[in-house]
Design a protein around this ligand. Structure first.
Ligand SMILES: Nc1nc2c(ncn2[C@@H]2O[C@H](COP(=O)(O)OP(=O)(O)OP(=O)(O)O)[C@@H](O)[C@H]2O)c(=O)[nH]1
Length: 445
């Protein structure tokens, strides 16, 4: 069910994810480059830090200097511990040691050769104070070794960047355009598709991806909310409405012929039976030859009472009789079929208005087939304009790959989808649950 649409929604998620990943990589590279540039610019700073003159200045802070002296390693020790045991490195550390040794007061201390390969080590290894223990020394030496490939730094920069990726409008432009096309191809009504895109835009643009959250998750949440918002329009608790209504409850079904209206009435008779309600069926389709026979088959199969009149009779009168019958026999629910196609929509409206006047139905339910896509949406709009429906049943959802009607009808009419027909059997009817529908659309393929 709705497999085609599901694939398209998944593709959108992948597209945005891909764009965000590319962006994260670019950010990581930029960060790594910036870091490298900073390192190159470092010599000036290093020179200042490591000169004997600097040591003299720092000597003013005696307690700090003393601590440092106490813990300061011998240059030889560094050479022994560090894997990268080079003379240059020893020289660097020696310079650092001198830097922290006020007792020497050595104005003649040589500045460190900043062009030396180890100038980077000095930068990466931070201030000499951090060389206070062997463990720190070893860690720095190891880090230096790792960094020789530059990969760990790149990774670190990448992970920093991961936490900072902000989705911008331009990132979404292409994926959203693709999504709009996909929705329209899936028979989602234009206005509904635009609403979905707007919500996604609102939810994603400027959104900062948190460390714990992938872009995929963010997009999924945005899609979820956007779809849920349009699908759940007008939802009410159908079962509760039936339970609380005065009995008999009268339900009238409208919709064109052949979409599964009569079958849906039969399915609902079974649905209500399972809930402990009794039902009577009424054939208000007095317009079409053969309509009585068609519904009678269902009534007999389900062992339900059926009220009919002759072809050409008054539909309101048939349903009135059914309500009378229900009253007299303590039946809980009247299920009234109506003609699907009249000469004009005025006739249709006049028919439903008369039923309204004579019977005062509790709910008027529009039935159409999911596979009709945009046509079903358009018909729902017209029937709602003509007769103010209370909700819809979408049949043949089992055969529908697009899902456009299921997504659009509630938003377009302002009335909820109440049931999905999912097969030809009497049990093949599902309460429409917007959350379950969205999960189905966004779930694993
Ligand atoms: N696959 C599938 N077929 C369905 C579903 N609902 C109805 N059908 C089939 O659709 C066909 C038409 O159903 P009907 O109930 O006769 O349609 P209708 O709208 O009542 O037609 P009229 O009585 O002529 O107004 C039948 O073959 C049903 O079995 C459904 O949910 N899934």
């Amino acid at each position: 069910m709705f497999d085609g649409l599901k694939k398209k929604l998944n593709r959108f998620r992948e597209d945005v994810e891909e764009t965000a990943e590319e962006k994260a990589e670019e950010a990581a590279e930029a960060e790594a480059e910036a870091e490298a540039a900073e390192t190159e610019a470092d010599p000036v700073e290093t020179e200042t830090v490591d000169t004997g003159a600097d040591a003299e200045t720092e000597a003013a802070d005696e307690s700090t200097a003393e601590d440092a002296v106490g813990d300061a390693p011998e240059p030889e020790a560094v050479s022994e511990d560090a894997d990268t045991d080079t003379a240059a490195e020893a020289e660097t550390v020696a310079a650092e040691t001198a830097d922290t040794e006020p007792a020497s007061d050595d104005d003649d201390a040589e500045p460190v050769d900043v062009d030396d390969a180890d100038s980077e080590y000095v930068y990466e290894g931070e201030r000499p104070e951090s060389l206070a223990s062997d463990a720190a020394k070893q860690a720095l030496a190891a880090e230096k070794k790792d960094d020789s490939s530059g990969s760990s730094r790149l990774k670190r920069a990448a992970s920093l960047a991961m936490g900072k990726v902000v989705i911008e409008e331009e990132d979404l432009e292409d994926p959203l355009w693709e999504l709009e096309m996909a929705l329209l191809q899936s028979d989602v009504e234009m206005q509904v598709a635009e609403e979905i895109l707007e919500t996604i835009r609102e939810k994603l643009i400027g959104e900062t991806r948190k460390q714990v959250q992938s872009t995929g998750q963010l997009v999924e949440e945005a899609l979820h909310d956007a779809l849920y918002d349009v699908i759940s329009v007008g939802q009410f608790d159908f079962d509760q409405r039936i339970a609380e209504a005065d009995k008999p409850v009268t339900l009238i079904f409208t919709g064109i012929n052949g979409v599964g209206k009569t079958t849906s009435i039969a399915k609902l008779a079974k649905y209500f039976e399972k809930q402990g309600y009794s039902t009577v069926l009424a054939n208000g389709d007095t317009y079409r030859a053969g309509a009585n026979e068609q519904i009678r088959e269902h009534a007999e199969a389900l062992d339900k009472k059926l009220i009919t009149h002759e072809q050409g009779g008054d539909p309101a009168a048939v349903i009135y009789d059914a309500v009378e019958y229900a009253d007299a026999h303590d039946i809980d629910i009247v299920l009234g079929d109506t003609a699907g196609r009249l000469h004009t929509s005025n006739d249709l409206m006049a028919q439903l208005e008369k039923i309204d006047r004579v019977v005062g139905p509790d709910l008027t339910i529009f039935v159409d087939e999911a596979v009709a896509g945009q046509d079903a949406v358009e018909r729902a709009r017209k029937f709602n304009d003509a007769a103010s429906i209370d909700g819809a049943i979408l049949t043949k959802a089992d055969a529908d790959s697009n899902g456009g009607a299921a997504i659009s009808i509630a938003y377009v009419t302002g009335k909820p989808i109440l049931f999905l027909g999912v097969g030809q059997g009497y049990d093949h009817i599902e309460r429409f649950d917007p959350e379950a529908m969205v999960e189905r659309l966004l779930g694993e393929e």
